[in-house]
Design a protein. Structure first.
Length: 73
């Protein structure tokens, strides 16, 4: 579980199968640890909270060149 600077827990998406897409037509699997090490660790707490909330609630979120979402298949 990730905590913000006030030690408030943020949404936990690490247990879900994640995927990413550059154009919404082809989705590829991505490991949470890889996503965290390459993208999430560089985000501000506010952006990270928004990302976790959107993805956890079934939406796709664009970070850099990719959209990220939970694989619902």
């Amino acid at each position: 579980m990730t905590e913000d600077q006030y030690h408030i827990e943020m949404e936990d998406i690490s247990i879900y199968p994640l995927e990413r897409s550059a154009d919404y037509s082809f989705w590829e699997e991505i490991n949470f640890k890889d996503l965290q090490n390459t993208v999430l660790d560089k985000l501000s707490n506010e952006k990270l909270k928004t990302f976790f909330g959107v993805v956890r609630n079934g939406g796709a979120f664009k970070l850099g060149d990719y959209y990220y979402r939970i694989n619902s298949n």
